[in-house]
Design a binder for this molecule. Structure first.
Ligand SMILES: [Zn+2]
Length: 423
């Protein structure tokens, strides 16, 4: 049975057009010639209904592929004349607006949505190549659907506000601050701020409308002074929660520094054969996994810890703290256990946690706040990972507007395009 135009009409799912005929180009593109079935033409000047006045210019509009072939809709929209706006020989005419195609764009809205969906967790270059659509065209579609910055009018409530800093380039002090909102499982990107200093963060917080400030249930941040003080000064009522993920990152970094010192000395002291015997043990300390160590792991660690009792202590203090943060306990209990941990570490001769203990004392209240509402702590880790992946993928996005748009697409893309993910 030949491909009938009625079938194409049904498959197109585009309102107000009827397929007249179709042809295939030598490049195997499918071109569907359609006609508008809509009568009304509104004047582009006054918006009033026009009288028919011939036909406009033929246009070829890219649509979703059919059987993997590039597909175009060729249409000649009718033209209308507005008698109210026309003046003598000066005729005001308008071509019918096609509801299924964005103005000026030679792409259907359905195809634009398809391109946006392809962009989630991908790059502009990649989508541009796979779809054979120009780079600037893809950029212009992103611009049309995703703003350069937050439109507060579109936000009903903020819930948990997240502040996180990211270095744009490894090794450079080129920081941006990512501001997020979390309500249950719904995460939104509120902003990408240049810099991470108090003044810069305050300026952004000040831009949050009063109505929305009242909906902030808490502020999740890392231990960066700029963030904590910006929040204290600008959102004085907000509960500050120092994200568990950032706390863990800090004390694990202390262990890492110490581990490297110890291993460097061991390497000097021991023959390379003897040092190689500790390979598995070193890996276990390096991985520093959560949860219980197996008997096999413990057995592997024993000889290494005999060589360095300090490393044994440092490792066990690190695990102990993680255990506290992972336990389902209230604020009071958490505070007591953390205080005990501090005094135990201080009694030992270990100094590797000194800087961390200083921070812990300084932000104790904010750190312990994680235990008020456990389900909310740790969401920053997810965002942080997304940013890391995005940075690696879109190497070279140093334009904050683009950074914001890509992050919105990656984090909120499925929701924005009303795709049910079942996640
Ligand atoms: Zn008019």
């Amino acid at each position: 049975m030949p491909l009938k135009k009625e079938i194409l009409n049904e498959l197109l799912e585009i309102p107000d057009i009827s397929v007249q005929r179709f042809y295939i180009t030598p490049q195997k593109d499918l071109v569907i010639c359609a006609k508008s079935t809509k009568e009304e033409i509104h004047c582009h000047k006054c918006g009033k209904l026009c009288d028919k006045y011939g036909m406009g210019q033929s246009i070829k509009i890219r649509h979703l592929p059919i059987f993997g072939h590039r597909t175009y809709i060729e249409i000649t929209p009718p033209r209308g004349i507005c008698h109210e706006c026309s003046n003598g020989s000066k005729k005001v005419t308008t071509s019918q607006k096609l509801s299924w195609c964005s103005d000026q764009s030679k792409v259907t809205k359905a195809y634009e949505q398809h391109l946006l969906l392809s962009l989630i967790n991908s790059t502009i270059q990649d989508v541009s190549i796979k779809e054979d659509v120009g780079y600037t065209k893809v950029v212009s579609i992103i611009d049309r659907y995703i703003g350069e910055k937050i439109d507060w009018g579109q936000i009903n409530q903020i819930g948990l506000l997240g502040l996180d800093e990211v270095a744009l380039k490894k090794g450079y002090k080129d920081y941006v601050t990512i501001v997020t909102s979390k309500i249950e499982d719904d995460i939104k990107i509120l902003g990408v701020i240049k810099g991470h200093n108090k003044a810069e963060v305050k300026e952004f917080l000040r831009s949050i409308p009063n109505k929305l400030r009242k909906t902030i249930k808490g502020v999740c941040t890392d231990m960066h002074d700029g963030f904590v003080f910006a929040v204290k000064e600008e959102l004085s009522d907000a509960v500050i929660i120092i994200d568990r993920f950032h706390v863990a990152k800090t004390y694990r970094a202390c262990l890492k520094t110490y581990r490297m010192q110890v291993l460097k000395q061991l390497k000097k002291k021991l023959s390379s054969e003897k040092y190689a015997e500790f390979k598995d043990a070193i890996q276990i300390v390096k991985n520093n996994k959560n949860g219980i160590l197996t008997d096999e792991e413990k057995a592997k660690l024993r000889p290494l810890f005999r060589m360095s009792p300090g490393l044994k202590k440092a490792f066990s203090f690190c695990r102990k703290l993680t255990n506290i943060f992972n336990s389902h306990i209230g604020t009071k209990k958490a505070e007591q256990l953390i205080s005990e941990w501090i005094s135990e570490v201080e009694k030992s001769e270990l100094t590797c946690y000194n800087s961390f203990i200083k921070t812990l004392r300084k932000y104790k209240k904010e750190i312990i706040n994680y235990s008020r509402d456990r389900k909310n702590s740790g969401f920053m880790e997810g965002i942080n990972n997304k940013i890391k992946v995005m940075k690696r993928r879109c190497y070279g996005i140093f334009n904050l507007k683009h950074f914001f748009q890509r992050l919105v697409l990656d984090v909120q893309g499925y929701a924005l395009l009303s795709i049910k993910t079942g996640l």
